[in-house]
Design a protein around this ligand. Structure first.
Ligand code: PMP
Length: 361
């Protein structure tokens, strides 16, 4: 028998991330509502910035992301020296797990938490510890009860994916104040901009040295295809994370596009307003059909059907009409379908199919 190269122990236990589908066999007019993408695209200024950098493709990008960090600092009222940028917020989350957890350590996530958290925990050799939620909302007492002397990191997304729910700020403060001070609390604010008057966890970072906030350009800024995210924390934490960052992790094009995007407040405002309008419309329409739907604070809603069979039948009916939504059985909600809030025509189209399948129309 010849020997073959073997991966490190634990690597084959890591589940591959499954992304939202984007095609339906035999369908051309496909409506993709499975990845929480922005139906309004991105700011016009992004296109200009993108084109401007094309002539510079032979040059290495700047390593310190200075102009982008300063733009983020200005627009989000944060200290640019305490910002780190990554290839999507996924990369920032990976810096965090790699830096702060190792073999045998524990990383706490919640029952319906974002699926990358356990993947990243395992990549670091750590053990993901999943705690129960209360009615699909993060339960601070359950998290505190799960803390051991091996706990290194606690992850929550707020608003959460795939539930769309939020935890009250007072509860977050109670959580942080009761965590051991050497446990890092990650407040994942991927959907922050969809929430009115919300700082995404900035004030928590400013108040507590063991908190980091992560953010993304993939959602309201409409740049999922470009892969840019950022984190905000104490100088010490940012210094640690930067030691793991490849010097040229972001291209000049990514940085210029993100800078243009973050400066266009009007575009963000328009997307927030339209999203809220059609999210509420869709939530009401689902509830009127007797389908369970919590208030969502993000750019998607989680429709809960009677059981897994009904969710599967609905998913198939939607696909037959060329509409792709997200099954969330993998997130422990077998009866759920997560539906991105599209523009008006998208929302009307998805509700029409659901109503027809339900026999309501
Ligand atoms: N956090 C949460 C809660 C998310 O839903 C996502 C995107 N699905 C991410 C982080 C990662 O986003 P990105 O890497 O595109 O910035």
């Amino acid at each position: 028998m010849t020997k073959s190269p073997q991966p490190q122990p634990g690597i084959m236990d890591i589940a591959l991330y499954v992304s939202g589908e984007s095609t339906v066999a035999g369908k051309s007019d496909v409506l993709k509502l499975s990845s929480n993408e922005n139906p309004y695209g991105f700011s016009d200024s992004v296109r200009d910035a993108f084109v401007r950098t094309v002539g510079e493709l032979h040059r290495y990008p700047t390593t310190d992301h200075g102009p982008l960090r300063r733009a983020i600092g200005e627009m989000h009222d944060v200290d640019p020296d305490r910002v780190i940028c990554g290839v999507g917020s996924d990369e920032v989350l990976q810096f965090i797990t790699t830096a702060y957890a190792g073999v045998g350590d524990e990383i706490i996530t919640t029952e319906h938490g974002f699926s990358m958290y356990p993947i990243l925990a395992k990549q670091a050799g750590a053990v993901p510890v999943t705690v129960a939620e209360k009615d699909r909302v993060v339960d601070v007492d359950a998290i505190l009860a799960a803390v051991t002397d091996k706990t290194r990191i606690v992850f929550i997304a707020n608003p959460a994916n795939p539930t769309g729910t939020m935890v009250e700020n007072g509860e977050l403060i109670r959580l942080i104040e009761n965590l051991p001070s050497d446990v890092l609390f990650v407040h994942d604010g991927a959907y922050t901009e969809y929430v009115d008057e919300f700082d995404g966890g900035k004030s928590l970072v400013d108040q507590y040295p063991n908190v980091i906030m992560t953010r993304t350009f993939s959602k309201i800024y409409g740049l999922g295809g470009l892969r840019i995210g950022w984190g905000y924390a104490s100088r010490d934490i940012i210094d640690v994370l930067n030691r793991l960052r490849q010097p040229f992790n972001l291209s000049q094009t990514q940085m210029a596009a993100a800078e243009a995007a973050v400066r266009d407040r009007a575009f963000v405002e328009k997307c927030r307003t339209e999203n809220a309008k059609w999210r509420d419309w869709m939530t009401n329409a689902l509830r009127q059909m007797g389908i369970g739907c919590d208030d969502s604070y993000a750019n998607f809603v989680l429709a809960r059907f009677a059981d897994a069979d009904e969710a599967a039948a609905m998913d198939a009916a939607l696909k037959a009409d060329g509409i792709i939504v997200r099954r969330v059985a993998g997130y422990g909600i077998a009866e759920g379908l997560r539906i991105t809030v599209g523009d008006e025509s998208a929302c009307r189209r998805v509700i029409h199919t659901i109503a027809t399948q339900k026999g309501v129309r």
